[in-house]
Design a binder for this molecule. Structure first.
Ligand SMILES: [Zn+2]
Length: 385
């Protein structure tokens, strides 16, 4: 099954319909009729399927179907044709995250054996890797069904540990417009790079202040919100005062801090401290900000019934972990569906050349699926919120 899934070239910018149609036909062979939701162009689809009769409750097994590109990476073999070697399966998406999807699909007949008491849903999304664009559409569709699932397992690679949190990530672009002049005539120009520099310094100060004052989250290696300027561009020649400068900054934040608080602070600084001075010299001067991507923070309460249920199901007595990558879990959580992240493979192999997953990890995931398949209705409904 995993070899089949790796064979579909579902790089985010390309269509995932080949894979979705393959899964549709596979599910149809078991009498399951999935639902589809699409992107605006219709070239990409989410799939949602209920195993058994649609009624409230049930556990969602969720995965994204898209993978990151392979361009510029040095692969030993074709990344879209799985290679089996040394008890590993190599291929783009092996760990992130077609291994989990393959295991879930393989267990469909087992899940169906007692579907009347044990409700399972499969949720496959598009465009996770380019900012979780598919999952909101899928969640709207789930909401319209009034299913109220008891929870969701997002099968990102955690080496089958239960992960209950990750930071949020937001990226912003700032454009500074000044006024060009010969560099010998300083009073005739407004230097966009100089003003961008003041904004970058302000962002640094905000980051330092967050580091000093924000309550720590013990789950993370960097246990506070951080602000980093990541790209800066501007200027035309060594003797021209630059009229344009733009830069991007990245906010990695705890669930308790909204990333737009950082934006609001730097925008306030721009408006009150920089713009009046700039516009006094050149009225067309401007500073604009735009959000270019956001993944919410995820922080599931460890003591919640659903997290406890997952620990029992996976027979994991170790404490839950926090991960340093984003996922669709906060989208499920916001939609009122308690979630954990738990899937086979390691994030160390994700997005890498020669991405692989070990047979051991796939076997551990299959044991997890088997425990879900063998669990009683009580475990999957009454214990949960
Ligand atoms: Zn992933």
């Amino acid at each position: 099954m995993l070899k089949e899934l790796i064979g579909f070239r579902t790089v985010s910018r390309e269509s995932n319909l080949g894979l979705i149609e393959y899964v549709r036909d596979y599910l149809k062979s078991y009498g399951i009729r999935p639902r589809f939701t699409y992107d605006s162009g219709g070239g990409k689809a989410n799939l949602f399927a209920t195993l058994g009769e649609a009624r409230p409750g049930g556990l969602v097994l969720s995965g994204h179907t898209d993978v990151v590109p392979v361009a510029g990476q040095n692969w030993t073999n074709d990344p879209f044709s799985a290679t089996l070697k040394d008890r590993r399966i190599y291929g783009r998406g092996a760990a992130d995250m077609k291994g989990f999807i393959a295991a879930a699909l393989l267990f469909v007949p087992r899940f169906l054996e007692r579907a009347e008491i044990r409700l399972l849903h499969l949720a496959l999304s598009f465009d996770e890797e380019i900012g979780c664009r598919g999952i909101p559409v899928l969640l709207e569709d789930i909401a319209s069904l009034n299913l109220n699932p008891i929870g969701c397992v997002v099968g990102e690679p955690t080496e089958m540990r239960i992960a209950v949190g990750h930071k949020g990530a937001s990226a912003y672009r700032c454009r500074v417009t000044g006024h060009a002049a010969h560099s010998a005539r300083a009073s005739a120009g407004v230097n966009a790079i100089h003003y961008a520099g003041k904004l970058v310094a302000e962002l640094c100060a905000i980051g330092t202040q967050l580091e000093a004052t924000e309550p720590r989250h013990p789950g993370f290696e960097v246990p506070y919100t951080t602000v980093q300027t990541t790209i800066i561009r501007g200027g035309l020649a060594t003797n021209i005062i630059p009229a344009e400068c733009e830069f991007t900054f990245d906010v990695r934040h705890l669930a308790t801090t909204h990333p737009d608080e950082v934006l609001a602070r730097v925008a306030h600084f721009a408006k009150t401290r920089l713009l009046p001075e700039m516009q006094h010299s050149a009225p067309q001067s401007d500073i604009t900000f735009e959000r270019i991507g956001a993944i919410p923070a995820f922080d599931a309460p460890i003591a919640s019934p659903f997290v406890q249920l997952m620990h029992r199901l996976i027979a994991d007595t170790q404490p839950p972990v926090y991960v340093d990558f984003g996922s669709e879990a906060p989208f499920f959580a916001r939609a009122g569906i308690p979630s954990v992240i738990c899937g086979p493979g390691s994030i160390a192999q994700a997005h890498q050349p020669d991405e692989f997953i070990t047979f051991e990890q796939l076997a551990t995931c299959e044991m997890f699926m088997e425990r879900i398949a063998g669990s009683s209705e009580r475990a999957l409904s009454e214990d949960a919120p």
